[in-house]
Design a protein around this ligand. Structure first.
Ligand SMILES: Cc1cc2nc3c(=O)[nH]c(=O)nc-3n(C[C@H](O)[C@H](O)[C@H](O)COP(=O)(O)OP(=O)(O)OC[C@H]3O[C@@H](n4cnc5c(N)ncnc54)[C@H](O)[C@@H]3O)c2cc1C
Length: 247
């Protein structure tokens, strides 16, 4: 499907967490895409010299469903997120789609592990709720989802209900006592990976990593140390934290 420009009409806006919003929208011409792909939003006049800017967002909803959804972390003074966070139902915006190769490649008899931080859970929500994936499941599917504070968790109810999915939400710096709840585990997704140990079927698993580039680098070094080959590791980096910035 070659990428083309679309006019989107907003149909919903929801604060999914205190710092993440979910946009729902419709298109006049059907937008065909594969679960895991992204679209490039045109941010009018926000670039140098008043030129348009483009910002990439993974599609968080599955193909062939309405509305289409994006899940976006508000970045302070960020032109893309400032523009999108002000849109409300009825307003139109433009984007180019579909883009990207971060799609699930089914390999019979193998396990799949999805690893996300923050809004990096979006492509995995799209993939795991898509018919194509559900009709041809891997041997097992695990989703490790990491955030800093418990209020940042996304789609927990929905993802917990998927019977084929081992969903493991993790919180690295909880503000409440971990013992007081049963939804998440304290720690980072990379801590979880490290603890899997030699008995884990590393070589029979395909790994998909999405979100913060620092997490992806760390996870890849753990995978490589356990013998996982490059062609079993797939990644979508949203951003790289600046040196000294917390990841
Ligand atoms: C393929 C792809 C898919 C993406 N999908 C999503 C998505 O589904 N949801 C989403 O929220 N973002 C996503 N991003 C990031 C998004 O494209 C923008 O970079 C982000 O929204 C910031 O844009 P901005 O113009 O507001 O700020 P900018 O001025 O472009 O960014 C300012 C700084 O914010 C930091 N930053 C960027 N993104 C984040 C983030 N998510 N969390 C914390 N800090 C960040 C970076 O350090 C960046 O240098 C994706 C990026 C790529 C490359």
């Amino acid at each position: 499907m070659p990428a083309a420009e679309y006019l989107f009409t907003m149909s919903g806006f929801r604060m999914a967490t205190p710092t993440v919003f979910e946009l729902s929208f419709e298109t006049e011409q059907p937008l065909e895409f594969l679960a895991g792909q992204f679209l490039s939003v045109i941010v009018p006049g926000a670039g140098p010299g008043g030129k348009d800017l483009r910002r990439a967002y993974s599609i968080a909803s599955p193909p062939n469903t309405k509305p289409i959804q994006l899940c976006i972390k508000i970045v302070e003074n960020g032109p893309g997120t400032s523009y999108l966070s002000q849109l409300r139902p009825g307003i139109q915006f433009k984007g180019v789609a579909p883009y990207g190769n971060f799609v699930f490649k089914h390999k019979p008899g193998r396990h799949a592990v999805f690893i996300a931080t923050g809004t990096g859970v979006s492509p995995f929500r799209s993939i795991s709720t898509s018919k194509t994936f559900q009709q041809n499941l891997p041997k097992s599917t695990t989703l490790l989802f990491g955030v800093r504070e418990e209020t940042e968790l996304l789609y927990v109810d929905e993802l917990s209900k998927l019977s084929f999915l081992k969903f493991i939400p993790m919180v690295s710096r909880p503000t409440i006592a971990p013992e007081s709840q049963k939804v998440w585990t304290k720690g980072r997704v990379t801590d979880y990976l490290r603890k899997l140990g030699p008995e884990y079927p590393w070589l029979e698993t395909d790994f998909y990593l999405c979100g913060n580039g620092a997490m992806i680098d760390e996870a890849k070094s753990i995978l490589t140390a356990n013998g996982v080959q490059k062609d079993s590791i797939h990644q979508e980096i949203y951003y790289k934290p600046k040196p000294g910035e917390e990841s």
